[in-house]
Ligand binder design. Structure first.
Ligand code: 13P
Ligand code: SF4
Length: 359
């Protein structure tokens, strides 16, 4: 097996040879040994933008997870190839909403809402999907008048949807949907959950008629581990601590935190704080550790000291990065992510609505 120094030399040499023909994009949750080679680091919204604007690059090497690489393929030009260094880097939350279950849900809702008259021209329901889903679901949303959101623009996107529909069907992440809608004043009783294994998602018809946001049952296995007890412990041990939580955390955790926001929000909050601030952060450990290293003027810790990294983000190893870059030097494109044209066209509609709805 190649040593770290050897891998570093190989990656740098391949990048040097390829020059502007390649751009390496990295999500904040990637490990340090990968982030070190990224030309651009960001949250999922910023990476979607970056994929659309790196015009000179023939190859976009995406250090993140599968749905992000698909999004990059949809938004980039057709003559640009998007490469995911390890094809096994998926997302368990994205896998919780499969196309056929969502279509089945949609049909049931359409039947239920068929008799509802709207006086204001609004649709009965608008589908909104979190970025963390397959391109096929983004296409579904695009076809049905809906929109994509990320954790950094979920409130803006929900406002967009409420301006066009009486209700929202939100998937796959119940927590992002609930936390965002609650902060906008939607009562919890107007946010039923949809269980795809049950008729009407396990709800009675009246509940769905009264609903404002119907939440899919998905969650992030990393963020669901954070607890209120961890926050209480941090407050007891560090008086004055500022608790920042990612909105994929469960509602009681977001409610007990001082602030909730996307990975980019957390980065900025830390960067703008006066020196000597203390932060307890509820998000992925690689990003929190990197923030702590970048900001020695603050005390920064992850709320869950034994939390695992996102295991799928972690599947991007520098060895895979070296492998795909060296292949490109030899003119071979490995691990290309290609969204079929028809799917891409509809997915792009939903993504471009999001990019246009940004705050
Ligand atoms: P953001 O990058 O939008 O904050 O999302 C976090 C995440 O879980 C990515 O999978
Ligand atoms: Fe998916 Fe959660 Fe990992 Fe993000 S952190 S890629 S939502 S499993």
């Amino acid at each position: 097996e190649a040593s770290d120094a050897e891998l570093t030399a190989r990656i740098l040499a391949a990048k040097e040879t390829l020059g502007e023909r390649v751009v390496v994009l990295g999500h904040h949750y990637q490990r340090d040994e990968v982030v070190a080679f990224a030309d651009f680091i960001g949250d999922s919204f910023q990476l979607a933008n970056a994929a659309q604007t790196r015009e000179q690059a023939e190859y976009i090497v995406f250090c993140g997870v599968h749905f992000m690489a698909e999004t990059a393929d949809v938004l980039s030009r057709s003559d640009q190839a998007v490469i995911l260094p390890n094809l096994a880097a998926g997302c368990s939350m994205a896998d919780m909403a499969d196309e056929s279950s969502v279509e089945e849900c949609w049909e049931q809702l359409m039947d239920l809402y068929a008799d509802q008259r709207t006086t204001d021209g609004k649709a009965a329901v608008i589908p909104v999907t979190y970025m963390n889903c397959s391109a096929a679901l983004k296409a579904f949303v695009g076809k049905h008048g809906g929109i994509v959101c990320t954790s950094s623009n979920a409130a803006t996107v929900l406002e967009w949807a409420f301006a066009r529909g009486q209700r929202v069907l939100f998937f796959p992440d119940q927590h992002l949907g609930r936390n965002t809608a609650k902060a906008m004043g939607v009562p919890l009783e107007a946010m039923p959950m949809w269980n795809p294994r049950k008729a009407l998602g396990g709800n009675d018809a009246q509940t769905l008629l009264d609903a404002q946001v119907i939440l899919w049952h998905g969650f992030c296995s990393v963020h669901k581990r954070f607890t209120v007890a961890q926050i209480e412990k941090a407050r007891a041990e560090h008086p004055g601590v500022r608790i920042l939580a990612h909105p994929e955390c469960p509602m009681p955790v977001v409610d007990a935190a001082d602030e909730a926001g996307s990975t980019d929000y957390i980065q900025k909050a830390v960067a703008q704080a006066p020196a000597g601030s203390v932060f307890g952060i509820a998000t992925e450990i690689n990003m929190v550790n990197r923030l702590a290293a970048q900001h020695p003027e603050h005390t920064i810790f992850c709320l869950d000291p034994v939390i695992c990294p996102c295991s799928t983000m972690y599947r991007i190893h520098p060895g895979y990065l070296a492998w795909v870059l060296e292949a490109l030097v030899d003119g071979v494109v490995l691990n290309q992510i290609t969204v079929p044209e028809l799917v891409a066209a509809d997915a792009k509609v939903a993504l471009e609505r999001m990019l246009a709805a940004r705050p």
